[in-house]
Design a protein around this ligand. Structure first.
Ligand SMILES: Nc1ncnc2c1ncn2[C@@H]1O[C@H](COP(=O)(O)OP(=O)(O)O)[C@@H](O)[C@H]1O
Ligand SMILES: [Mg+2]
Length: 262
């Protein structure tokens, strides 16, 4: 089992879109997937059409009052599970900040799932700010998957993330953390800019960057308003194609057996 933080301190780069659609594409490939919505905005929760269950969030589990196991909900999609989020989660930051182990609360909350190996991958859909929730995600994760929008300043954003990863390692909260992958999103084939940005990022982060590039499509932006993943909403379209390709590449990178005992 691997815990993947889908993280970028910038908002609107495709974190939630990637969590939900990569999650579905991996489930389609027989993987057991848990998406943990860590953003008080609850976008992953509503993108899966589950906002009416949003009160079943991580709050009590993070404080140690309840087990995360009781917060895991099945989705419509086979093998895809969700721990929802809503605005309550914003309040937990204040509560956690008072605790001596405030950096590792999420890691401890998830440890039961590490032990029982029910899931192949846990995808943490991180909030955009570098607050306590995101820091907890980085402390709990085996690696980062960082979506980068094909826009100006993509490289500057990545350099900041690299620095954050180094800080988390240096803090002792998680000395194993690494950037496992970078996925370029919202690629617009009609502009030179998109191509140039992808080329720049590849030049600096060669092996990290996924070959699959997610195109900008209206369908991908429409799907969440119907509470559907792109694989449900437009299964034959370019967005679904890209996220299925990303899932294949992701599994190839993580091809070591994940279900071995211990
Ligand atoms: N490839 C894409 N093409 C078009 N729109 C996209 C694409 N990826 C994301 N979006 C839209 O862009 C906005 C931001 O994406 P989102 O995944 O919510 O970013 P984040 O979670 O990083 O804030 C959302 O409205 C989403 O539907
Ligand atoms: Mg988001």
């Amino acid at each position: 089992m691997k815990i993947i933080a889908i993280a970028n301190q910038k908002g609107g780069v495709g974190k939630t879109t990637t969590a939900v659609n990569l999650g579905h594409a991996l489930a389609e490939k027989d993987q057991s997937i848990l998406i943990v919505d860590l953003d008080p905005q609850g976008n992953a929760t509503s993108a899966l059409g589950m906002q009416e269950l949003e009160s079943e969030n991580l709050y009590e589990a993070l404080l140690g009052d309840e087990s995360i196991v009781d917060k895991i909900l099945p989705t419509r999609i086979e093998r895809l599970f969700l721990v929802p989020a809503n605005l309550d989660l914003a309040g937990v930051e204040v509560e956690i900040a008072r605790m001596s182990d405030h950096l590792t609360r999420l890691s401890k909350t998830l440890s039961i799932l590490r032990d029982d190996q029910t899931f192949d991958f846990i995808l943490l859909d991180c909030p955009p700010s570098l607050g306590i929730l995101m820091t907890n995600a980085l402390a709990a994760a085996d690696e980062l998957l960082t979506p980068i929008q094909c826009e100006y300043f993509a490289l500057e954003g990545l350099v900041k993330i690299v620095r954050v990863v180094e800080q988390v390692r240096g803090s002792g909260a998680n000395d194993q953390l690494e950037i496992g992958g970078i996925v370029m999103t919202m690629f617009d084939g009609r502009t030179n800019l998109s191509g140039q940005v992808v080329a720049d990022v590849r030049e600096h982060f060669a092996g990290k960057v996924y070959r699959t590039v997610v195109p900008r499509t209206v369908r991908l932006s429409e799907a969440p308003s119907f509470g559907k993943t792109i694989l449900e909403y437009d299964s034959g379209g370019a967005g679904a194609y890209a996220y299925r390709a990303l899932a294949r590449e992701f599994l190839k990178r993580h091809s070591s057996p994940t279900r071995l005992p211990g």
